[in-house]
Design a protein around this ligand. Structure first.
Ligand code: AQP
Length: 342
């Protein structure tokens, strides 16, 4: 779908760092598909943000193959290239150029406050690269380059989205009205799926222990085992209690159950009133496995045809590049650069 500045734009991205998790699926990707159907007239841009992935060390050949795997996953969950543009960030001219301009409007104090930078830099040891620090500015550029309106994200990206809003407002104020102020769409439930072994931490692609993370493309026997051995507590009641940190494990499992089956939590509690954690986990393992089975099968099928995947990337990139140039030229003119003739 061609980016049309008269229509509204929904935009989101996921980094091809490591393999995608159930957290990415429930918190972000599932929503992408819902929005595709809910807003047929909007432009939808779903980006594989490979430049973001470079902010942590990568094995080049693995990064390249994960980029294709992510595209195959986007297609496998139901994103339709006829309805949504699915493209690779580094293929479009404008993300890094706009980042540079936004860098000059961003205070170091704003970036110093970013909790994800604090968490990730603590894991990186002594060498902290500038890209990791400036990551939120690149994310703001991803959004503003398409003047996007609605941004489906998980809870952990809320602070970064806030910066994109601040930078849009600052640019508009410093120069003249240019950017929409983007709004996040954060799911009411499942915006923060937790690690199955350490339910006080979010489930993350780069988790240190693989036991607490469900990888969307892993062997489904392993998936079932991970759910069945998820950490719970010494109690027995299947009850959701978000105010009790000791219940973080069962709360998380109930959230996963609820989001994957579209069932309200009280209904699930009712169903399991006479059951223990073991029975509940057994059923949940089945639900997760049967959700992931068709996704995994389609992913493997799409991945076999690289030419088809390249065609999708090419067509989507052609759809969005024109509007990206348009915004970029506008920005160049406003800040005093001579906009190139294209
Ligand atoms: N555990 C989660 N629960 C709900 N939503 C989640 N998201 C990530 N983890 C969870 C959402 O997925 C989208 C893509 O995330 P990203 O790849 O941009 O990076 P991230 O937020 O840093 O996710 P990870 O899995 O923790 O990646 P790594 O380990 O590579 O840093 C976002 O919308 C995010 O909110």
């Amino acid at each position: 779908m061609e980016n049309n500045t008269a229509t509204k734009t929904i935009l989101s991205g996921i980094q091809p760092t490591n393999n995608l998790t159930l957290g990415n699926y429930i918190g972000a990707m599932k929503n992408f598909v819902n929005l595709q159907d809910k807003y047929p007239d909007y432009t939808k841009n779903y980006i594989i943000v490979d430049l973001h992935a470079l902010t942590v060390p990568q094995v080049p050949s693995e990064l390249r193959s994960r980029t294709y795997s992510m595209l195959a996953l986007y297609l496998a969950i139901g994103l339709d290239p006829e309805k949504s543009n699915i493209f690779v960030q580094s293929h479009i001219t404008g993300h890094t150029e706009l980042t540079w301009i936004l860098n000059t409007l961003t205070g170091m104090g704003q970036l110093n406050r970013m909790t994800q930078f604090k968490d990730k830099s603590a894991k990186e040891g002594t060498f902290i690269n500038v890209g990791l620090y400036a990551y939120p500015v690149l994310m703001a550029a991803d959004i503003l380059l398409y003047n996007a309106n609605l941004i489906p994200i998980g809870e952990d990206q809320k602070q970064h989205l806030e910066l994109a809003r601040d930078l849009a407002a600052k640019f508009n104020h410093t120069y003249s009205p240019t950017f929409n102020i983007p709004d996040p769409i954060i799911p009411k439930q499942g915006a923060r799926i937790m690690d199955l072994q350490n339910p006080e931490n979010k489930m993350s692609k780069s988790a240190i222990s693989p036991k607490g993370t469900i990888i969307l493309t892993e062997d489904l026997n392993i998936t079932a085992k991970k759910i069945k051995s998820a950490v719970t507590d010494s109690g027995t009641d299947i009850v959701y209690d978000p105010n009790n940190p000791e219940k973080a494990g069962i709360n998380n499992l109930l959230t996963i159950y609820s989001t994957l089956t579209d069932t309200e939590i009280p209904k699930i509690e009712e169903k399991y009133v006479n059951s223990g954690y073991g029975d509940f986990k057994k059923d949940l393992a089945e639900i997760v496995v049967e959700t992931l089975r068709p996704i995994k099968e389609k992913h493997d099928e799409f991945l076999k045809n690289k030419d088809h995947l390249d065609q999708i990337l090419k067509a989507s990139a052609a759809n969005v590049q024109k509007s990206a140039y348009k915004i970029l030229s506008k920005v160049y003119k406003k800040v005093g650069l001579v906009a190139p003739l294209r």
